[in-house]
Design a protein around this ligand. Structure first.
Ligand code: ADP
Ligand code: MG
Length: 540
C-alpha cells in the first residue's frame, strides 16, 4: 500500500468543495456518470482503431444505492486506470482541475451565477461523501487492479486489489448531511434529469434509464414527422402536439445540434419559459438558456446541444462570448427561414397556425432587426372578418388607393375589439376600407414599433377620429335624417358624453350603419393602451 498527500497548492480545497454549490449538490451524479461515459467511449474508440482487441462485453454503466452501507456506486466497463494513471489523473490532473475551478469561483460559492457548474469533475463527489473509493482495472493487458481511497483530507491511499472486470467503480460513502441521496427515487430522478439522453446505456436497479440516440443526434433525413412528434412526447409527456419544429444542425463555425418545437398556444395557454433544455454532448446542463436563445424565442420548446457553449463561466461572461452571440444569431435565422418556408410552401397551414405563431413573429420583429427584415415578407394581417389574411404587400396593394393619409402614407385600419367596434368597422367597410384584427396582447406595442420601422405606413384604429378622414370618396352620401333631427341627435349624444376630448359627429353614413359616431383622439387611446401594457415593456 502506498500513501501520499495530494499536492495542495492554495489551501485545503475539501471544505470548500463540500460547501460549494450547496443547492446543486446533485451535479456529482452528472460529473461521475459523464466520466464513466467518457471512459466507455474511449474504449470503443480504441476498439475501432484496432488497439483494443478483447471482448467489449456489456458496456452499460450501472448506478446503485446501498442504503445499509450508505453508499452510491457508479460502475463502468470502460478503459479503466492503472495505478500510475490514478496517480496522474486523479491525484494530479483532476485535483488541480478542481482547485482551479474553485479558485476561479471563490466568493460565488452558492454557484447561482455559474452556468452548468461544469468543471468540478471527479472531486464533486466530495460534496456528498465522507470517503470515496475508486476500484479500477485498466484495459491494458496484464494491468493490475487498483484501489484508491480518500476521506476528504488531502491524504489518500492507493493499493493493488482484486477486481475481475475491466473498468472503474466509484464508491461514494455518503456523509450525514447528504443522506437524502440514499432515499428511494432520489437518484433515479437525478439520473432522469441529467442522464436521460447519454450515449451509453445507464442502468439503475437493473433498468436502463436513458435513450442513447435521441432524435436531435440523428440526421434530419433519417427522421419522419412521427419521430419528431414522438421525441416531443418523450420530452413533455403531457403537452399538446407541437405545431412544427426546426432541426438545428451546424458544425461550423460552432458545433450545435438540437430541435426546437413551436408549441400550440391556445387562449388558456400559460406562457412558460425555460422549456428549452441545454445539453453538452448529450449531458443535460440547464434549462436556463437566456442569452443563448434569443429572447423572443424563449417560449419555444426543445433541446439544444452544443459543446461550444462555455459552461464553467458566469452568466455575464456568457453574454459576451462570441460563440454564444453567433449561436443566438443562427437560431434566429433558422427560425425565420423555417417560417418563410412554411409560408411559401403551405400558406394555408401557415395561416391556420397564425394564432400561435403570430405572437413570436411580432415580438421577434420588434426586438430583432435581422428577423424583421425576413418577417416583413411573411407577416400576415388578418381581416377583421376572420379567415382572410394579407401580407403587408397584399394589404398595400388592396388598400393604398383609398387608405392614404395627408402625408401620403398607407393607413392600416385595425380593430382591437371587433364586436364593440362593429359600427365603425361597418362604416369603414362601406367606404371600401380594409380593416384588420389587432386584438392580442402584443399588438399595441407592435403597432407603435412598426410605425417606426415600416416606411410610409401608419396605423389607425377604426374608431379613431381620423379614420374617416382618409381620401374621402363618398362625399355624396346623405344621411337619412333631416337637419333638425340631426341637431337634436347630436345634442342628445353630446349631453351623454362626460369625458373631455370626446367628439360627437353626425356623418354621412350608409343606411345600414348607425348615423352617429363617437370618436376619441388616436393619441389618447394609444397612451392608454401603452399604459395598460405596462409602459410598453413586454411582460410575458
Ligand atoms: P475531466 O473529466 O474534465 O477530465 P474529471 O475530474 O472528471 O475531469 O476527471 C479527471 C480524469 O480522471 C479524467 O480525465 C480521466 O482521465 C480520469 N477518470 C475519471 N473517471 C474515470 C473513469 N470512470 N474511468 C477512467 N478514467 C476516469
Ligand atoms: Mg469529468
Amino acid at each position: 500500500m502506498q500513501k501520499g498527500a495530494i499536492r495542495v497548492q492554495t489551501e485545503n480545497i475539501f471544505p470548500i468543495i463540500k460547501k460549494f454549490l450547496y443547492s446543486d449538490h446533485e451535479i456529482f451524479i452528472r460529473e461521475l456518470v459523464s466520466n464513466a461515459v467518457d471512459a466507455t467511449q474511449k474504449l470503443k474508440t480504441l476498439a475501432s482503431a484496432g488497439e483494443f482487441n478483447g471482448e467489449l462485453g456489456d458496456l452499460s454503466i450501472e448506478v446503485s444505492v446501498d442504503k445499509e452501507k450508505k453508499t452510491i456506486t457508479i460502475a463502468d466497463h470502460g478503459i479503466g486506470m492503472t495505478g500510475e494513471e490514478v496517480d496522474k489523473y486523479i491525484n494530479q490532473v483532476a485535483f488541480s482541475g478542481a482547485e482551479e475551478f474553485l479558485k476561479k469561483y471563490k466568493g460565488q460559492e452558492n454557484g447561482t451565477n455559474i452556468i452548468g457548474h461544469f468543471g468540478l469533475g471527479f472531486y464533486s463527489s466530495f460534496m456528498v461523501s465522507s470517503k470515496v473509493e475508486i476500484f479500477s482495472r485498466s484495459w491494458k493487458p496484464d494491468a493490475e487492479a487498483v484501489r484508491w481511497e480518500c476521506d476528504g483530507s488531502p491524504e489518500y491511499t492507493i493499493e493493488t486489489t482484486e477486481k475481475a472486470e475491466r473498468g472503474t467503480s466509484i464508491v461514494m460513502h455518503i456523509n450525514e448531511e447528504s443522506e437524502e441521496f440514499l432515499e428511494d427515487g432520489r437518484i433515479r430522478n437525478i439520473l432522469e434529469k441529467f442522464c436521460k439522453f447519454l450515449p451509453i446505456p445507464i442502468k439503475f436497479e437493473g433498468n436502463q434509464i436513458n435513450n442513447t440516440s435521441p432524435a436531435w443526434t440523428k440526421k434530419p433525413s433519417d427522421l419522419t414527422n412521427e419521430d419528431y412528434q414522438n421525441f416531443y412526447k418523450e420530452l413533455y409527456p403531457f403537452a399538446e402536439a407541437p405545431l412544427f419544429w426546426i432541426h438545428l444542425n451546424v458544425d461550423y463555425p460552432f458545433n450545435l445540434t438540437g430541435i426546437l418545437y413551436f408549441p400550440k398556444i391556445t387562449k388558456s395557454y400559460e406562457l412558460q419559459k425555460d422549456k428549452i433544455n441545454l445539453y453538452s454532448n448529450q449531458v443535460y446542463v440547464t434549462d436556463e438558456v437566456k442569452d443563448i436563445v434569443p429572447e423572443f424565442l424563449m417560449l419555444l420548446h426543445g433541446v439544444i446541444d452544443s459543446p461550444d457553449i462555455p459552461l464553467n463561466v458566469s452568466r455575464s461572461y456568457l453574454q459576451g462570448d462570441p460563440n454564444v452571440k453567433k449561436i443566438n444569431g443562427y437560431i434566429t435565422r433558422k427560425v425565420a427561414d423555417k417560417l418563410d418556408e412554411i409560408f411559401r410552401n403551405d400558406r394555408k397551414s401557415f395561416e391556420e397556425k397564425w394564432d400561435s405563431i403570430g405572437l413570436f413573429v411580432k415580438y421577434g420583429m420588434m426586438t430583432d432587426d435581422k428577423f424583421l427584415e425576413k418577417a416583413n415578407k411573411f407577416i400576415v394581417l388578418e381581416d377583421v372578418d376572420g379567415g382572410q389574411f394579407y401580407t403587408l404587400q397584399e394589404y398595400r396593394d388592396a388598400a393604398s388607393a383609398l387608405q392614404t393619409n395627408k402625408d401620403n402614407k398607407l393607413v392600416i385600419l385595425y380593430a382591437t375589439n371587433p364586436v364593440q367596434q362593429d359600427s365603425y368597422i361597418q362604416a369603414a367597410k362601406a367606404k371600401g376600407y380594409k380593416v384588420i384584427k389587432m386584438e392580442t396582447l402584443v399588438d399595441a406595442a407592435f403597432i407603435n414599433n412598426m410605425e417606426m420601422k415600416w416606411e410610409n405606413t401608419a396605423f389607425t384604429r377604426v374608431d379613431a377620429d381620423i379614420a374617416d378622414n382618409l381620401i374621402d370618396k363618398n362625399e355624396n352620401d346623405t344621411t337619412v335624417l333631416s337637419k333638425e333631427q340631426e341637431g337634436a341627435l347630436k345634442e342628445l349624444f353630446t349631453s351623454q358624453v362626460t369625458q373631455p376630448n370626446i367628439k360627437v359627429e353626425l356623418k354621412g353614413l350608409t343606411a345600414d350603419a348607425q348615423p352617429v359616431i363617437v370618436t376619441r383622439p388616436e393619441f389618447m387611446r394609444r397612451m392608454k393602451d401603452m399604459a395598460a401594457m405596462g409602459g410598453g415593456a413586454m411582460n410575458w
